[in-house]
Ligand binder design. Sequence first.
Ligand code: SF4
Length: 228
Amino acid sequence: MTPTLRVHSYESFGAVDGPGIRLVVFLQGCPLRCLFCHNPDTWSPQGGTETTIPDLVRRAVRMRPYLGQDGGVTFSGGEPLLQAKPLLAAIQALHDEGFHVAVDTSGGVDTPDTRAVLDAADLILLDVKSPTQEGFRAVTGADPAPYWRNLDHLRATQKPIWVRQVVAHGLNDTPAEKDATRALLQGLNVQRIDRLPYHELGIHKYEALGIPYPGAHLRPPSPEELKL
Ligand code: SF4
């Protein structure tokens, strides 16, 4: 059977999701429930549009003139590792066409298939939800063990990583949290760190979905709190 990916949406000219200009493919489904998530519409693994790998590759090939030499394709979500098997096939097919492929992940899913995806991607955009296991559980509502196992794997393989960390006042902005974040990243092949200020732009999606917004107590950080 032809493998398909459930795609939530696309961004054709992504400029911050990896090097150069990117075709960003947002995959459907996420097992985490981050307090500050602004894409609750990606959570359900049942939604999205079933898309074959050849269709996806054709879309990327059509985009190639705009992606240039430095750009490529980034899989984001939702949590792309939730669809690890077809995602691996998509990465391999895009590699066959010469595309650079990045995977933007929370790191919260860990199976032999997800390891294969981490190994196949050219670049991992890795979320740091919290530098401590207890903080990870508080922010995401999920078991932190898979994330820490993925960190061990990424240290062992020295996969290139761009770190992304949403910073909110009172959540993960203290000097102790910053020290713990630096310690967490030790030994990883980190090429870039983006600390992103918490914002409330996704709140309307919760209203539309009829879900209470879990991050109502969060506030954006000050410029000083945002620095690592
Ligand atoms: S991992 Fe991303 S998509 Fe999933 S809940 Fe957290 S912020 Fe939302």
